[in-house]
Design a protein around this ligand. Structure first.
Ligand SMILES: [Zn+2]
Length: 369
């Protein structure tokens, strides 16, 4: 019996998604979203995912048995087992019981008499952008990059020119937003298509893929984010408040993100010297697969209530397309691709990776003091 198992998750943004970076900054956009510090590509932090999963699993468990009495013998899951766990007023905090599917899977902040806590059986990685929709003259294209595809087990080599790599020849050059790029045909593109279809990425997206080098991916994503502007309305006059205009950015609708849930083996853990004895779908939660079954209860809520901020402004809904075993790695080579503009050099992708690291670390150092 393994001590843990990794499960790949692929999600489609049904609305723009805004997971705020916290605080406002001076610039084009006041309320920015969280970005990877190295690549500058926006992401949804694992902590945000863990938080919404916990809340939604607690809601699901509560709805399954809404008449559960409010006492220590039969603890209600929601809202008490959701949230931060510190008791406050009516809110009693986490129940911390070995038979609670919420507290065992997501952990709890304290045991009885405030002693210790429990880390939880499920761990969440950050959700990274896998496919990002960009307008072109021929309609939308979903761009991806070797770094992004590595997250779904595809090792893509030879994407080293400042070009768009496509499965079929198209109008050359192609515009991705404001950026005009030469088109290169990649013979092995079908492998990428097939892998994404296996992960239930809709066909209309798979048919409109475009592969770009990692260094361009970050630029294109950041210059095609959704930016909205809002203003506060004065309730007395019904008119806009002075100086209450603000703008915020978001991952656009149609973005496909990827994250992993690492599920630990419940048999290897004890809570106050008791075996973990939570139930899921009528069975004892006694292996990593059943820990995943608990987290899956959050998915319908994620699709309707969403993740991140601005939920009242039509933002945040995320549909989980694929929750299952992480894949083994496949290699795809674009090195032998023929270019209609120039012939492709036989370089590896190593120089481009170096470029990204060098330029990003420069920015970080510059911003540190
Ligand atoms: Zn609980």
């Amino acid at each position: 019996m393994p001590s843990y198992k990794k499960f790949l998750h692929i999600g489609l943004a049904l609305d723009p998604i805004h997971v705020g970076a916290g605080g406002a900054r001076l610039g084009r956009v006041e309320l920015t979203i969280v970005r990877d510090p190295v690549t500058r590509v926006p992401k949804i932090p694992g902590s945000s995912l863990a938080g919404v999963y916990r809340t939604y699993v607690a809601m699901a468990e509560h709805e399954r048995n809404p008449n559960r009495p409010v006492n220590h013998q039969d603890w209600p899951y929601y809202p008490h087992c959701a949230g931060l766990g510190q008791p406050r007023g009516e809110y009693k905090g986490h129940c911390a019981r070995p038979d609670c599917p919420v507290c065992t899977v997501f952990g709890f902040a304290r045991g009885k008499d405030q002693a210790g806590g429990f880390a939880g059986l499920a761990a969440f990685t950050d959700a990274h952008v896998l496919l990002f929709p960009v307008p072109t003259r021929q309609g939308p294209r979903w761009i991806t990059s070797p770094d992004a595809l590595r997250l779904v087990g595809l090792e893509v080599h030879g994407v080293d020119q400042d070009a768009v790599y496509l499965n079929s020849p198209q109008n050359n050059p192609m515009n991705l937003g404001w950026l005009l790029l030469p088109v290169t045909k990649c013979e092995q593109f079908e492998q990428i298509d097939n892998t994404l279809k296996k992960y239930k990425v809709p066909e209309y997206i798979c048919n409109r893929l475009a592969l770009v080098p990692d260094r361009l991916f970050s630029h294109i994503v950041n210059s095609n984010l959704e930016v909205r502007t809002s203003v506060a309305i004065n309730p007395a006059t019904g008119a806009a408040e002075e100086q209450a205009l603000f703008s915020y950015e978001a991952l656009p609708r149609g973005t496909v993100v990827v994250w992993e849930i690492i599920a630990k083996n419940p048999k290897h853990f004890r809570i106050e010297d008791k075996e973990i004895c939570a139930q899921v779908n009528g069975n004892k939660m006694d292996d990593p697969q059943k820990v995943l079954e608990v987290t899956k209860k959050a998915h319908p809520y994620l699709e309707h209530l969403g993740v991140g901020g601005m939920g009242t402004r039509g933002m945040g809904r995320l549909k989980v397309l694929f929750p299952d075993q992480s894949p083994s790695t496949q290699t795809v080579s674009c090195s032998a691709c023929s270019t209609s503009a120039t012939s492709s050099p036989s370089g590896s992708s190593a120089p481009s990776a170096g470029d990204v690291t060098a330029s990003s670390s420069g920015t970080e150092q510059g911003g540190a003091p």
